[in-house]
Write a protein that binds this ligand. Structure first.
Ligand code: 4NP
Length: 160
């Protein structure tokens, strides 16, 4: 984090649908800010390591102008808990898995991503076994939470 203001890790189960989408969306959203934010994503399960994001997730996000260049699936590693300031889980199962592996001193970093959204929805649901509408709903939620996250981070640096 030496050359950045903060760092954000988005986490889902497979790191091929929700968290890479959040990574792509948030990278786009911060472009017009003055903020330098390290942004990455990972999964709690390792089934898809090295794989590029799900074609359905890419298709709906690309329709809205997001790009997934360079994004490949990886698993959460212990060093992530030290390295990242914000560790944002897509759903409660991801949150539970993260908290199980997270050292006590870093547990405060791990929260639900939807906590930042202006919405009563608590989780970004797993779209993997559904259709296109599920992926569009996931993208809607991710855009909403990303807007809130950016506002929250920007407010910390407002005096600059
Ligand atoms: P993600 O979606 O956690 O949003 O990347 C999933 C991807 C793969 C599987 C489940 C969810 N899977 O069971 O392989």
């Amino acid at each position: 984090m030496a050359n950045s203001d903060t760092s954000v890790l988005f986490v889902c189960l497979g790191n091929i649908c929700r968290s890479p989408t959040a990574e792509a969306v948030f990278k786009e959203k911060i472009k017009n800010s003055q903020l330098r934010i390290d942004i990455d994503s990972a999964g709690t399960m390792g089934y898809h390591i090295g794989v590029t994001p799900d074609e359905r997730a890419k298709a709906v996000a690309q329709e809205r102008g997001y790009n997934f260049k360079g994004i490949k699936s990886r698993k959460v590693v212990l060093e992530d808990f030290e390295k990242f300031e914000y560790i944002l889980a897509m759903d409660k199962e991801n949150l539970r898995h993260l908290l199980e592996m997270c050292p006590a001193e870093y547990q405060h970093k791990v929260v639900l991503f939807m906590q930042y959204a202006d919405s009563d929805v608590e989780e970004v649901p797993d779209p993997y076994y559904g259709g296109k509408r599920g992926f569009e709903y996931v993208l809607d939620l991710i855009e909403l939470a990303s807007d809130g996250l950016l506002i929250s981070i920007a407010s910390r640096f407002a005096v600059r």
